[in-house]
Design a protein around this ligand. Structure first.
Ligand code: GLU
Length: 498
């Protein structure tokens, strides 16, 4: 049995300094899947110690995005849990206590260097083409002296005493053992002068106290991962299994996804932010499916995965550390696939808000009839509005360019139109099959092509170039409405052509 089948405890630990994006949603998803698969716990921990960069409302948005995607957590700031609190801003004293423990055991020290001095040191090192690390001058201050200076109110930070020699090995599940020369590492700050712990200390302490078994996180943390290993070792704690995910590339595959790229994408009707996906007409199922495959695969051909499939099939071992491109064409493809498998009632319910946003009042029963005929034809849910809005209005605007039957003048169109009107009036059974039979029969009798004859009728009933299948649409609209639209269209021709 692999390690994974023991119940894991994993945490998704976002900082509310921005919104949930594809990269962070992928981390959350892998956490969630592995927790559900092993019968473990998925924990939400808010890492909000960087008080200056907090974004108003980001935490609430984050939670609502995760829920929209279908990932409920077992412990978290809003629901509590055995290891509460789950918001790091409520754990300040805990980090201070653990920072103090590191001072006592000789693994951390107080540093009193001013920002000016640090800047000068950095500049000096850069000149010498050395890594711009702290010169560790405060390491030699005796602890009693340091405590006196602190008691006297001197500004200070707490730094980790990174070993100067030797190597640190980080065991990454995907990348194997990664070896770091300690001399390339800095004496990182653990607690800032304002008393707030930084990520390195806060995350290590919480991961330990919350009994986290696997840390799944972005590869941006790889360079400082030896510090995290060393902090665990300094406390004498077992390290969690480290899993650094692949980098997400821009759609072009060239370079990392950046803020600028995100802005450009929004100009193309795409977004990397989960909060925008619903508005753009994407299903959470499609987001989950798409994101799951950015760096993971089950085999070389299976593409469609529901959340349940993923829970059954996912494994951390099959994650691929190679960078993954963000392919929005694929996203559309998955959205189509997931729309297709929705039941008519479900699709109708999901379509309804898009009509509402467009200011169109819908009828649930009609939407349920429309669902099966738009299902195969839309990429995003909002596409249905453009395609099917003519079902919900009596005001069809005809265009002079399109209303005449192709190859006919106004007179010819009106004559044929009247014959269609009579024929449809006498139709007893108003259903797709009968409409198909009668209309096609007329078309042959008139010697017209489908493009001409059916194209005309499409314009008559919808005023649109593109609509769902004609006969199904006519059946849903009903006899009375179709006859009325035909009469209106003929009147429009009479009034607008000589
Ligand atoms: N707060 C960190 C971030 O948002 C969490 C990294 C981690 O998962 O440990 O990048």
């Amino acid at each position: 049995m692999t390690q994974e089948f023991k119940p894991v405890r994993v945490r998704f630990a976002p900082s509310p300094t921005g919104y949930l994006h594809l990269g962070s949603a992928r981390t959350a998803l892998y956490d969630y899947l592995i927790a559900r698969k092993t019968g473990g716990q998925f924990i939400l921990r808010i890492e909000d110690t960087d008080r200056k960069r907090l974004v108003d409302g980001a935490e609430e948005e984050l939670m609502s995005n995760l829920r929209w995607l279908g990932m409920e957590w077992d412990e978290g700031p809003d629901i509590g849990g055995h290891y509460a609190p789950y918001r790091q801003s409520e754990r300040k004293e805990i980090y201070q206590e653990y920072g103090e423990k590191l001072v006592e055991s000789g693994f951390a020290y107080y540093c009193f260097c001013t920002p000016q001095r640090l800047a000068a040191v950095r500049e000096e090192k850069q000149k010498k083409k050395e890594p711009p690390h702290y010169d560790r001058i405060c390491r030699s201050i005796p602890i009693e002296e340091a405590r006196e200076r602190i008691a006297a109110g001197e500004s200070h930070v707490l730094r980790f005493k990174t070993p100067i020699e030797g190597t640190t090995i980080v065991k990454d599940l995907l990348r194997g053992d990664i070896s770091f020369e300690n001399k390339t590492l800095d004496d990182y700050i653990l607690i800032k002068s304002d008393g707030w712990a930084l990520y390195h200390l806060a995350a290590a302490v919480d991961d330990h106290l919350m009994k986290i078994t696997h840390v799944v996180r972005s590869s941006e943390w790889l360079p400082t991962s030896p510090i995290h290993s060393l902090i665990h070792q300094a406390f004498g704690w077992d390290e969690p299994v480290w899993v650094h995910l692949s980098v997400l590339l821009k759609p072009s595959g060239k370079g990392k996804m950046s803020k600028r790229e995100a802005v450009e994408l929004s100009g193309e009707g795409h977004s990397i932010f989960i909060k925008d996906m619903q508005g753009l007409g994407y299903l959470p199922e499609a987001v989950v499916n798409w994101v799951a495959l950015m760096g993971w695969s089950y085999d070389d051909h299976t593409e469609f995965f529901s959340m349940q499939d993923l829970i059954e099939k996912f494994s951390l071992e099959k994650l691929n550390p190679a960078p993954a491109a963000t392919n929005f064409t694929k996203f559309d493809y998955f959205n189509k696939l997931h729309i297709k498998v929705l039941s008519d009632a479900d699709l109708a319910e999901r379509l309804q808000p898009y009509f509402k946003t467009a200011g169109i009042q819908t009828d649930k029963k009609v939407l349920e009839k429309i669902a099966p005929i738009v299902k195969e034809r839309i990429v995003t849910l909002d596409d249905a509005v453009e395609m099917a809005k003519f079902f919900f209005t009596d005001k069809i605007t005809y265009s002079k360019e399109r209303i005449l039957m192709e190859g006919c003048d106004a007179k010819g169109t009106i004559e044929i139109g009247r014959r269609i009107l009579e024929e449809l009036k006498s139709l007893k059974e108003w259903n797709t099959a009968d409409l198909d039979l009668i209309v096609r029969g007329m078309m042959e009798k008139e010697g017209k092509e489908p493009k001409q004859f059916l194209g005309f009728l499409r314009e008559v009933i919808s005023g649109q170039k593109i609509s769902p299948p004609l006969f199904e649409s006519m059946e849903i609209l009903g006899k009375e409405v179709v006859l009325k639209r035909l009469e209106n269209a003929l009147r429009f021709i009479e009034e607008n052509f000589d």
